[in-house]
Design a protein around this ligand. Structure first.
Ligand code: BG6
Length: 497
């Protein structure tokens, strides 16, 4: 069963880069699941576009294979019916050949919403968008979807935004950060602004620190060349972790209107205190995994994974961010992310301040309340409270947790982030997509960190696969432990500044 939803308008989905990993592993499976849920109509078309010459039949076989892997319980009748919507076109975004016929075929199906999803390298964005505009495929019913990496620094992000902005108005551009499609992230809006309970406590007077952790057990896999040119700061922090930080830290927007929310997120990004050469050594730790023992056995080190003798790319980042505003002054936001860590999890932990005075002299230590928002696995919310331990011998306190597991609570299939985001694109709902100003503000904060690291005398610190990162990051990581607040004075010298 699914939550009630408005029927979708007639739409065509044009997927550039249709033979790539994202398209086959995430996008087409997301469309397929929506098809199975009955949200696609008979006249919806899904057109895969890529450079390689192949028949539509061959492409459908590739898609079928990918769907069987991504959706193991898919039934064959659904697969066959879905594949009837799928077509293929060999087209080069950088040459005019074939574009006239492509545009004519598109226009012949008007009026309808047409989604152009660019699952291609950012270097193709400019020529592709220029052609979409030249062949008048940028009308008011068309939507452009672009994915990270949206640049590798501020200058390249501005260039990308200018190129796509020259072809499409901002209200038709959907910049995806798939973390914003995750259930818990949207639930943050519900939790913060649908309850009177939390908002009065949501500030520096009551919150001691915020921890955002996105840990992955996998290494870089087959994405070595991309990853080695990118690193964890650009791959994860610039987008996913900063977006999570924005959702926690933003002021209440006046409505769910996209601009109302995006304006508030932008203010958060602009309030981030700069981290640069002067303080990066205190406020950041970067690491690179070596071989080590993981839950799945011995894992290779990063350099072996990418097949290079040396690399200065970080696969782990921990940093302490702070916001210069009244609500959050003095509250550290610890951001931690890395590959080959011991657990696969994404969570946000809000640690409240301790009680000002304890009346339970013999009751044992009193842990501060914590609110844990788990994005994955098992999306849910947990509130840690102190409670009386049920014994007859005095008044002993013990922490208990109030747990809400979304799958349990609502008994609905959890949508994959891409399913929700693709539906929003078709519906023209921009709330969960990033404005160009947000991307640029995030880079404006990230660039000085990259520069500080590149000037540092040492590179990323080694950590064993299966561990929680370099030992210097212990004060940042603190999984389930109590904060010691010692980061500033930590003797561990970091790899920057
Ligand atoms: C992507 C990064 O944006 O997010 C990957 O490029 C990372 O390196 C992935 O593995 C994590 O996404 P998720 O949804 O699996 O947490």
């Amino acid at each position: 069963m699914n939550s009630p939803s408005a029927p979708l308008a007639a739409f065509d989905f044009v997927l550039f880069g249709a033979t790539g990993d994202l398209a086959l592993r995430k996008l087409l499976p997301a469309l397929f699941r929506q098809f199975v849920d009955g949200r696609l109509r008979g006249d919806n078309g899904i057109l895969g576009v890529a450079r390689e010459a192949q028949s539509a039949e061959d492409f459908r076989l590739t898609v079928q294979d990918a769907l069987r892997r991504a959706v193991p319980d898919a039934d064959e009748a659904h697969l066959d019916a879905f594949l009837e919507h799928v077509d293929y076109l060999a087209l080069d975004a950088t040459r005019d050949e074939g574009w006239e016929a492509f545009a004519a075929a598109c226009h012949a199906r008007d009026p309808r919403v047409r989604v152009f999803y660019l699952s291609v390298g950012p270097e193709i964005f400019a020529p592709l968008c220029a052609r979409l505009a030249r062949y008048k495929l940028n009308g008011p019913d068309s939507r452009l979807v672009v994915e990270k990496p949206l640049g590798r620094d501020l200058a390249s992000a501005v260039a990308i935004n200018d190129a796509i902005g020259a072809a499409f108005p901002e209200r038709q551009i959907f910049r995806i950060d798939h973390y914003l499609g995750k259930e818990t992230v949207q639930n943050l809006l519900a939790l913060r602004f649908g309850n009177a309970l939390f908002e009065p406590l949501w500030n520096t007077s009551h919150i001691e620190q915020v921890r955002i952790t996105v840990a992955e057990t996998l290494g870089v896999g087959s994405r070595g060349p991309y990853y080695d040119a990118t690193g964890a700061l650009r791959d994860m922090v610039q987008n996913h972790l900063l977006q999570l930080l924005c959702m926690i830290a933003m002021e209440p927007p006046s409505s769910l209107d996209p601009d109302a929310i995006r304006d508030e997120k932008l203010k958060v990004l602009r309030a981030l205190k700069p981290i640069d050469f002067g303080n990066a050594g205190r406020l950041t730790v970067r690491g690179q995994y070596r071989g080590g023992l993981t839950a799945d056995g011995m894992a290779r080190g990063y350099l072996e994974d990418i097949g290079k003798p040396a690399s200065g790319t970080e696969t782990f980042v921990a940093l302490k961010a702070e916001l210069s505003n009244w609500r959050w002054a003095g509250v550290p936001f610890y951001l931690v992310t890395g590959k080959r860590l011991p657990e696969q999890l994404a969570e946000i932990e809000i640690r409240f301040r301790s009680i000002p005075h304890s009346i339970f002299a013999d009751g044992g230590p009193i842990a501060a309340n914590r609110l844990v928002l788990r994005l994955q696995p098992d999306e849910g919310i947990k509130l840690l409270l102190m409670s009386k331990y049920p014994d007859s011998d005095g008044l002993h306190l013990s922490p208990v947790s109030l747990d809400v597991d979304f799958a349990e609570a609502f008994r609905v299939r959890q949508l994959d982030a891409y399913e929700r985001l693709l539906l929003d694109v078709v519906r023209g709902k921009l709330t969960l997509f990033m404005h160009r100003d947000e991307i640029e503000a995030a880079w404006r904060w990230i660039d000085p960190i990259v520069q500080a690291w590149s000037r540092a005398s040492t590179g990323p610190l080694p950590y064993g696969a299966g561990s929680w990162g370099p030992t210097a990051a212990a004060a940042f990581v603190q999984r389930g432990g109590e904060p010691d607040g010692s980061l500033e004075g930590s003797p561990a010298r970091l790899a920057g500044g």
